[in-house]
Write a protein that binds this ligand. Structure first.
Ligand code: T4K
Length: 423
């Protein structure tokens, strides 16, 4: 293993200097957590034997029950993905006009609004938790505002109490994009029952995956009824449609995968936590890099290991560190660069939004997500920590080397194309 012979005093054997990459195969962020295969295959066979593949089959119903139980909510409506679940929840809640959202989130949060001609009004985030800053939310409310969508980014929960207080005082709907926060808690209560509704994602890259999948959870029976109709074309019974609806249904294969993976939740959390702790120890004390921390008093899925790079203190910037890692085939990701307000169509709609979003601007230039999950073991984490440590302790030299390399134009995109046929 190269790390054993790696000379920590120089950068000569880093891949950017011509050394062999630390990994033979690309190490991705977001490799799926995979539960008990035998159990999943049993369920797949059962689905095929029964020939009931979708439209509210028994596995979807069971998955909905298990999600509702875990989140401590009365209603769960499973869907084909979280983006459609967000779109439907927004519509069922009657949001229109303007809705306040963070820009520092995955683009789906904003698109779910704009898709139905609702204007996402981008609000800045708290620099510690990376979630909506309630004080700033309050200042962005206009007569056209109908709601707030908070995002529990990385599984770190929003200031739910403050946002609930604003929503109830100002007569606004409150939805949480909880795509990252399945299995997490806020003040001892599981995420799922806050606001008017919350939306989980069960995409392949999420803590619990159902291949693709999502769910709306709520304690509001009328909202649940509407949501359920809307995800099934608005059918209230055979041959009867009472609502405009779409097709947001989850299929049985997805539900069986989700159920099977949920049975391994404890193991997934243990591995994620072990990786997180190892990263924390491995990067401790390095100037200019900080791992985001999780509140020890809360439940957490530890699905994201997120680094903030302070260019001045580290001697190299986040993008430079990413280039070092990509050369080693560690495909660290700049989630969520450059911020929703800087991509189309929002960039054209709100050309000066960045002026109101200093924390978002700062974070989106600093944040780097590192590989974790059950596909990543202690050996990999150790190697990654060593690469980061070496790059940071030789910032000026690394920068110089990258400048030389730039002349042969090996951007992360190009490295990616070389590293993995899938990217
Ligand atoms: N709200 C928030 C806050 C979200 O983060 C998301 C999704 C949503 C809403 C919407 O949820 P869904 O509608 O997707 O249910 C990925 C995911 O596609 C996306 O679901 C996720 N957030 C986002 C954070 O990450 P990309 O563009 O980074 O995907 P991609 O294809 O680059 O995959 C990430 C890495 O995962 C790859 O480098 C390789 C690895 N991977 C991926 C897949 C699909 C695997 O190893 N195996 C796989 O099967 O968005």
């Amino acid at each position: 293993m190269r790390t054993e012979t790696m000379d920590t005093r120089t950068i000569d054997d880093l891949a950017i200097c011509g050394g062999a990459p630390a990994f033979a195969e690309p190490l991705h962020v977001g490799r799926p957590n995979v539960g008990d295969r035998a159990r999943l295959l049993e369920r797949v066979n059962d689905i095929l034997d029964r020939r009931w593949l979708t439209n509210g089959g028994p596995y979807v119903q069971e998955f909905e029950r298990r999600i509702a139980e875990l989140a401590g909510v009365e209603h769960c409506i499973a869907m084909c993905n979280a983006t459609v679940a967000l779109e439907i929840a927004v519509r069922a809640l009657g949001m229109k006009g303007e809705v306040i959202v963070p820009s520092f989130t995955f683009i789906a949060t904003a698109h779910a609004l704009q898709w139905q001609e609702i204007t996402p009004v981008f609000c800045d985030v708290d620099p510690e938790t990376h979630t909506l800053d309630p004080g700033k939310v309050e200042r962005m409310i206009t007569p056209r505002t109908t709601g707030i969508v908070g995002v529990h980014l990385w599984g770190q929960t929003c200031d739910v109490d403050a946002l609930s207080d604003i929503a109830s005082r100002r007569g606004l709907k409150l939805l949480f994009d909880s795509a990252h926060a399945f299995g997490c808690s806020y003040r001892g209560r599981m995420v799922g029952g806050f606001g008017d509704a919350e939306v989980f994602s069960f995409h392949a890259t999420k803590f619990i995956n159902s291949l693709e999948g999502g769910a709306v959870v709520t304690n509001d029976a009328e909202l649940a009824r509407k949501t359920r109709l809307m995800k099934n074309f608005g059918f209230t019974q055979y041959d009867r449609v009472d609502y405009i609806g779409t097709n947001g249904k989850m299929n049985e294969m997805s539900a069986a995968t989700g159920l099977t993976n949920m049975e391994s939740m404890g193991e997934f959390i243990a591995v994620n936590r072990r990786n997180y702790e190892q990263y924390r120890r491995g990067l401790e004390g390095l100037a200019g890099v900080r791992l985001i921390t999780y509140d020890e008093r809360e439940k957490c899925n530890y699905q994201y290991v997120v680094l903030e790079v302070d260019e001045e203190a580290a001697g190299l910037g986040r993008d430079e560190l990413q280039q070092v890692l990509w050369a080693e085939k560690v495909l660290a990701r700049r989630y969520f660069y450059p911020g929703c307000h800087r991509v189309e169509p929002y960039r054209s709609y709100f050309p000066h939004a960045g002026l109101l979003l200093p924390e978002t601007e700062r974070l989106s230039s600093r944040v780097l997500a590192l590989p974790t999950g059950t596909a990543v073991g202690p050996e990999e984490v150790e190697k990654i920590c060593r690469i980061v440590a070496r790059a940071v302790s030789h910032g000026a030299q690394v920068r110089e080397r990258l400048r030389e390399r730039a002349s042969v134009s090996e951007s992360p995109d190009k490295v990616s194309a070389l590293a993995s046929p899938a990217t």
